[in-house]
Design a protein around this ligand. Structure first.
Ligand SMILES: [Ca+2]
Length: 481
C-alpha cells in the first residue's frame, strides 16, 4: 500500500514538473516571438526607409485588391484586412529577337554549320530556364499580336501574315494589350525598337496601346545603318518622326540605337515603380547589314568554316547574319549589366524570345527543325525562348522546361504570374495560359495543344462546304520535324 502511495506521489510530482516546464517553455517562446516581431518591425522599418533604392522590398499589403494598387511603393498599403508579406512587383524586361533561327544561339549546340557566338544569351539560358517546347507564330505581326493580347491571331484578323506599310489595319483597337494591363498595375511601360502592329492612324500607335514612350520603327523593317525605308526616315519617337539620327554623321546602327535608349530608360527609371521594358530588336532580320566589328570576330575565330561556307556561296550572307546576331547578343549583355548597375536586376524577370524561325539559306539556321520563317513546320514556329531572374528558385535555375508553351501565354504569365494582376476581368477571353508555375516551380504545363492557325483564304470546296472543316487545327503532335 505504502509502495503504491509513493508511486502516486512520484507520478503527481512528475506531472507538476512537466506542467511547470511547459509553462516556462511557453512563456519563453512567447517572449522570443515578441522579440522576433520587434526585430522584424525594426528590419521592416529600415527596408521601408530605403524603399527607393533597394531592389527587394518587403511591404505589407492586402492580398485582395492588389489589381488596383499603383506601383509597388508602400504608399498604397492599406491597414485593413489580412496582412501578408509579399515582394514588390518585379520589373519585367522583355527582349524580342527578329527572325532568329532555332540553331542560331550558342546554347543550342553550334551544330550543322551554325557558329553562332552568343555568350550573353547563353549565360542567361544556362543560369535561367530554357523553354524547349515553346511556340510562336510563323511571322512577325501575328506573333507580336498574340504576345501583346494573349489571344490567337485568328481572333485578331491577323492570322494571314504581316501588316504591310500601306495596310489600313492594325492590332484591333478593342483588344486590351499587355502593356495596358501592366500600366494599370502601376508599371512604367516603355517600348523600344520594332512595332509592326500597324500605324495607319494615331490610335494604332504604341503610345495609344499602353506604352508611355516609344522609339523605333513602326513597320516591319528598315535599314539597320540609318533606319530608312525606300530612302525615307522610318524612325519615330512616340508619335512623331525622329530626325536626330538622320544626318550621316549621326547615324547609329539599329541594335546600338535601341540599346542606348533601353539603357537610358533603365538608368533614369525610378526603381520604386515596377518597369516594363519591351525591347524589340530588328536584328537579325533583313536587310543583312552587319557592322564590320561584328563580322570579323567570326572570320577570325572560324577561318576553316568560312572557307568551307565560301565554297557553298553563302558565306557572305551567313557572315552578315551572324554579325547581326552578334550585335543582338552585345545588346543583351549591355542591358543585363545596366540592370545590375542600376540595382534593379535582383528584382527583375527577363524574357528573351524570337518572334519566328530563321529565314534559312544562311540567314537563319533552324536545324534540326524542318522548315523556316513563314511555315507552320517547326522551323517556322518553334522558337528560342528563355527566362532568367534572380527571383527564380534555385531548383529551377539552369533547367530545361519541356512544358508546352505558346507566345500567347506571356500575357497571363506576366500579368497574373509575375505582376499579381487579373486577366479574367470581363474583357475578351484569353487563349494564353499562366505558365509562371511551370517556369518558376517546374509544375506541369496546363497547355496540351496549340491552335497554330486557321486558314481563311482561298478555301477549298471542302472548306466552303463546312466552315468547321476548314479549320487548320494543328495539334502539336501533328507537326512532323
Ligand atoms: Ca520576324
Amino acid at each position: 500500500m505504502g509502495l503504491v502511495f509513493c508511486w502516486l506521489n512520484f507520478c503527481t510530482s512528475l506531472c507538476m514538473l512537466y506542467t511547470t516546464i511547459s509553462i516556462v517553455k511557453s512563456q519563453y517562446e512567447h517572449r522570443q516571438l515578441l522579440r522576433g516581431q520587434q526585430a522584424f518591425k525594426e528590419v521592416d522599418t529600415r527596408w521601408q526607409g530605403v524603399a527607393g533604392t533597394l531592389s527587394h522590398i518587403l511591404h505589407k499589403t492586402i492580398s485582395s485588391g492588389s489589381e488596383t494598387n499603383k506601383g509597388s511603393s508602400d504608399k498604397d498599403v492599406s491597414n485593413t484586412g489580412p496582412i501578408i508579406l509579399v515582394p514588390s512587383k518585379p520589373h519585367i524586361v522583355f527582349i524580342v529577337a527578329d527572325d532568329l533561327g532555332y540553331n542560331d544561339v550558342g546554347y543550342h549546340g553550334k551544330r550543322m554549320g551554325s557558329i553562332a557566338d552568343t555568350p550573353a544569351i547563353d549565360a542567361l539560358a544556362y543560369s535561367g530556364v530554357r523553354l524547349e517546347n515553346y511556340y510562336v507564330q510563323p511571322r512577325c505581326t501575328p506573333t507580336r499580336a498574340s504576345l501583346l493580347t494573349g489571344r490567337y491571331p485568328i481572333r485578331l484578323g491577323l492570322q494571314v501574315g504581316n501588316i504591310d506599310v500601306g495596310d489600313s489595319t492594325c492590332l484591333p483597337l478593342d483588344e486590351t494589350t499587355l502593356s495596358e494591363k501592366l500600366r494599370d498595375l502601376g508599371y512604367a511601360t516603355h517600348a523600344v525598337g520594332k512595332w509592326h502592329l500597324g500605324f495607319s492612324r494615331p490610335a494604332c500607335l504604341p503610345t495609344r496601346r499602353g506604352f508611355e514612350s516609344f522609339i523605333g520603327i513602326l513597320m516591319g523593317h528598315a535599314t539597320h545603318i540609318d533606319q530608312t525605308r525606300a530612302n525615307i526616315n522610318a524612325l519615330f519617337t512616340n508619335e512623331s518622326a525622329e530626325w536626330s539620327y538622320s544626318n550621316e554623321s549621326n547615324h547609329i546602327y539599329s541594335s546600338e540605337l535601341y540599346t542606348q535608349h533601353a539603357v537610358n530608360i533603365i538608368t533614369n527609371h525610378n526603381s520604386s515603380q515596377p518597369l516594363f521594358l519591351y525591347l524589340s530588336h530588328q536584328a537579325p532580320h533583313s536587310p543583312m547589314e552587319a557592322l564590320r566589328k561584328y563580322q570579323t570576330g567570326y572570320m577570325l575565330e572560324h577561318p576553316d568554316i568560312w572557307n568551307a561556307m565560301a565554297k557553298k556561296r553563302i558565306s557572305s550572307l551567313r557572315r552578315d547574319y551572324l554579325g547581326l546576331v552578334k550585335s543582338l547578343d552585345d545588346s543583351v549583355h549591355t542591358v543585363t549589366e545596366t540592370l545590375k548597375d542600376a540595382g534593379i536586376w535582383n528584382n527583375t524577370v527577363l524574357v528573351f524570345t524570337s518572334d519566328n524561325g530563321g529565314r534559312g539559306s544562311g540567314a537563319g539556321n533552324n536545324w534540326p527543325l524542318r522548315g523556316r520563317k513563314g511555315a507552320l513546320f517547326e522551323g517556322g514556329i518553334k522558337a528560342v525562348g528563355l527566362v532568367n531572374s534572380p527571383l527564380l528558385p534555385t531548383r529551377v535555375v539552369g533547367t530545361i522546361q519541356n512544358g508546352l508553351m505558346h507566345v500567347s501565354d506571356w500575357f497571363p504569365t506576366l500579368v497574373e504570374g509575375v505582376a499579381g494582376g487579373k486577366t479574367r476581368d470581363g474583357r475578351l477571353p484569353l487563349d494564353g495560359m499562366n505558365l509562371w508555375p511551370t517556369i518558376s516551380k517546374g509544375s506541369l504545363s496546363p497547355r496540351s495543344e496549340i491552335l497554330h492557325n486557321i486558314k481563311t483564304q482561298t478555301p477549298s470546296t471542302k472548306e466552303r462546304k463546312s466552315k468547321r472543316e476548314s479549320w487548320e487545327y494543328l495539334r502539336k503532335d501533328c507537326i512532323t520535324v
